[in-house]
Design a protein around this ligand. Structure first.
Ligand code: DGL
Length: 268
């Protein structure tokens, strides 16, 4: 498999997955594709979300001859994986909320899922909870505002801690002991979330599990981890005609050598 890894999200959330992937597979080319024109996905109706994602990912995967696609977005993964697997002949890896590991470690048998409004209402999520956390009380918290806070953070804007504290109030008032970060944007806010919630709540996300799966499918020797995490070729493609200056600077700092708009006109 010689082509790059194609990592997809609505916005910068997939960078939390990319970070885990390049820790494990530092010498593999990566292309990060994000649909910032339609962010946040958690507010999008299912049909436009599916049609847009499938068309964008398929077109780009073919264009760059991707070796593998990582749908680094819970909101999209809960809907598009079966269709993508029918359309593309390369491996497709999705991300789903870490309900199973959370149910394994929760001492109080009381867990929370913090995700987008889209993810928490999907049948996929309900089935995940029924299959792996049946004996737990599971509370669902949906927020797109947190998604936008994570976007702002990576664009260099200081996090409004008062706003974050307000958004997390229902979780602070709950007796849960384990919180699943079921949106790839949220690990980017992990330090701030921990600051607000305190250390008695364990935070879990799926980034490492996704990276392990990618490494396994690519057949890489994951025992060799280079100090230089930068990929050989590391590019970003976005779907609107511009991104925030702060975010562009951040992407350059992260090692992206090429940052350019997606040229297709298929999205409205
Ligand atoms: N990062 C995405 C997720 O994991 C989507 C966030 C959004 O666009 O609402 O669900």
């Amino acid at each position: 498999m010689s082509g790059p890894i194609l990592i997809f999200d609505s916005g910068i959330g997939g960078l939390s997955i990319l970070d885990e992937i390049r820790t494990l597979i530092p010498d593999k080319d990566c292309c990060y594709l994000f649909d910032n024109a339609r962010l946040p996905y958690g507010e999008l109706a299912e049909s436009p979300l599916i049609i847009g994602c499938v068309s964008l990912i398929c077109e780009h995967a073919k264009r760059i001859n991707a070796a593998i696609v990582v749908v680094a977005c819970n909101s999209a993964s809960t809907l598009v994986l079966p269709i993508l697997r029918k359309r593309l002949s390369i491996p497709i890896v999705g991300v789903v909320p870490a309900i199973k590991p959370a149910a394994k470690i929760s001492i109080q048998r009381h867990i929370g899922l913090l995700a987008t409004p889209g993810t928490i209402k999907r049948p996929y999520t309900k089935e995940l909870i029924e299959a792996f956390a049946e004996d737990c009380q599971v509370e669902l918290f949906g927020s797109s505002e947190l998604v936008m806070l994570a976007e702002a953070k990576l664009a260099g804007i200081a996090i409004d801690m008062a706003k974050l504290t307000l958004l997390l109030t229902p979780i602070r008032e709950s007796a849960l002991d384990t919180l699943v970060l079921g949106c790839t944007h949220f690990p980017i806010l992990a330090a701030e979330i921990r600051q607000v919630l305190g250390n008695h709540i364990t935070l879990l996300d799926s980034g490492k599990a996704v990276a392990d799966r990618v490494a396994y499918l690519l057949g890489d020797n994951t025992a060799v981890i280079s100090d230089d995490k930068r990929c050989v070729n590391y590019s970003a493609v976005y779907t609107t005609d511009d991104i925030a200056v702060g975010l562009r600077e951040r992407l350059v700092e992260e090692g992206f050598t090429k940052i350019e708009p997606h040229s297709s006109t298929h999205l409205s």
